[in-house]
Write a protein that binds this ligand. Structure first.
Ligand SMILES: [Zn+2]
Length: 482
């Protein structure tokens, strides 16, 4: 059984104008480049039908759908704004894209294909009753809602776009059956200015919205740490019946609308990990979508890698681009000098040994918060497994073949926690009263770490470490419930 590739000429016409970042040719170029690398032949190509009004209204309000078809500005529906200008025929194209993601999900759910790909999909900012962030219909949400209507009880949505996956998160905010995970540039700096760690889901669904809000300009290693530190642990706990992933290409360094500055090579590595996680934690049921991305060269190369990951085909990052290609000379950013990303093995959370220099005792007290001066640290005093410098030992870790290093982690968590507690309360309390929940779960960080088997190493920088820890804090409730 081949995976399915959803494609139709009409789907490639999702454009808000030639001068708009969401302009033409994004999807077309990606498909052409994937075709150049002989990936299309690995798929069964399907031309989808448009989502029906009934299918769209499973997520979107009837008034909003009507408004999208009128093609006149309607501010209350987010239509006709600077971001979302009126574009003739867009509702027809958007319905076809939503139909593609829906039919992709139906095929995988019903066992007619192991995996499916819709690069035109991933319009993750669309809300139930408004267009937002260039996105008209939320195709991922339409697909997820269909799964729930079929009786699915555990659906995971993973969003690697540079922007917070706010639309999908909002639509399933109160639904514990849907785990949404978004790794994105912090809303402090970037649209849609949401997706902070304290956003964990509504009443009864706490912990099923997970946000890892990253600082600007993380290195490849830091971004990969953020992706690998938490996602496999969450999927392992949640055990989704199907995984839908969104692969916006805008984390790439050349993207004009975001600041994450990740390489194509690191993104490709993450896509491989998602493929492995789909197999390991979601019974191989995986639907991959496109998303944002506003540099045509970046989008085409990133999505060619997504296509390869879904097809299970290895691509050479040093492979030359087609003759006359405008942009990179090779498929990857580094050519044959690609960095070694093998430490980010998708089968384990983290196997990097923290540097001995970080292995210092936790402070007895901290003026900025953290553990009370006389309290014992909430982690096991024994056994101490080969502290700094001791050889790495294989073990029976449930997530992989190798045991995870935790030796130095208590110290890192302690020092990071101190800073985080202070920052979070001063930082968020004026705008969001729920922010105090951040500090609370972090008072027992090691419990979460032991439960989820998540570790971060200090070489990724404190900002990224904090972003990951905040994400961990957000799933504390979830981890205890499950
Ligand atoms: Zn984006």
């Amino acid at each position: 059984m081949k995976p399915l590739l959803f494609n139709a000429e009409e789907m490639r016409r999702y454009s808000l104008g030639p001068d708009h970042p969401m302009g033409p040719d994004r999807v077309r170029l990606a498909h052409e480049l994937a075709d150049y690398f002989h990936l299309t032949e690995e798929f069964e190509v399907v031309e989808p039908a448009a989502a029906t009004t009934a299918e769209l209204t499973a997520v979107h309000s009837p008034d909003y759908i009507t408004a999208t078809r009128l093609e006149v500005p309607a501010r209350r529906f987010g239509l006709g704004t600077e971001d979302n200008p009126i574009s003739h025929g867009l509702s027809t194209v958007a319905a076809r894209i939503a139909g593609a993601s829906l039919q992709a999900t139906q095929a995988v759910w019903e066992g007619r294909a192991p995996r499916a790909l819709n690069l035109a999909g991933g319009l993750h900012h669309a809300f139930a009753d408004s267009m937002s962030g260039f996105c008209m219909y939320n195709d991922a949400a339409v697909a997820i809602q269909w799964l729930l209507d079929q009786g699915a009880t555990r659906v995971a949505y993973l969003d690697l776009d540079a922007h917070h996956g706010d639309g999908v998160e909002r639509i399933f905010w109160d639904d514990p059956r849907v785990l949404t995970i978004s790794v994105h540039e912090s809303g402090l700096y970037l649209f849609p200015h949401s997706g902070f760690a304290h956003d964990i889901g509504g009443p009864g669904a706490e912990g099923t919205a997970v946000n890892i809000a990253l600082p600007r300009s993380p290195s490849d290693a830091a971004w990969l740490h953020a992706v690998h530190a938490l996602i496999p642990a969450l999927l392992s706990r949640f055990r989704p019946q199907l995984l839908i992933s969104q692969h916006g290409a805008d984390p790439h360094a050349a993207d004009p609308l975001a600041d994450l500055e990740v390489s194509i090579d690191a993104m490709a590595h993450a896509y491989r990990s998602v493929a492995a996680w789909a197999d390991q934690y979601a019974n191989g049921k995986w639907v991959a979508l496109g998303g944002g991305g506003y540099n045509l060269d970046s989008v085409a190369r990133a999505w060619t890698h997504v296509t390869a990951a879904v097809a299970g085909v290895d691509l050479d990052p040093a492979a030359p681009m087609p003759k006359g290609w405008h942009g990179s000379a090779t498929l990857g950013d580094f050519g044959s000098a690609r960095p070694d990303f093998t430490e980010f093995d998708p089968r384990q959370v983290l196997a990097t040994r923290p540097e001995p220099a970080s292995c210092r005792p936790p402070a007895r007290s901290s003026p900025t918060g953290g553990f009370p001066p006389t309290a014992r640290p909430p982690y096991p005093a024994t056994p101490r497994r080969g502290c700094c410098g001791a050889p790495y030992r294989p073990g029976g870790h449930p997530l992989g073949e190798r045991e995870i290093e935790l030796d130095c982690l208590p110290y890192l968590v302690h020092s990071t926690n101190s800073i985080l507690s202070t920052r979070s309360t001063t930082f968020h309390s004026s705008t969001n009263p729920s922010s105090v929940s951040i500090a609370s779960p972090l008072s027992k960080p090691l419990k979460m770490y032991w439960q989820l088997n998540v570790a971060v190493s200090p070489d990724i920088g404190m900002s990224t470490a904090k972003a990951i820890l905040k994400g961990v804090a957000s799933v504390d409730h979830f981890s205890r419930e499950s």
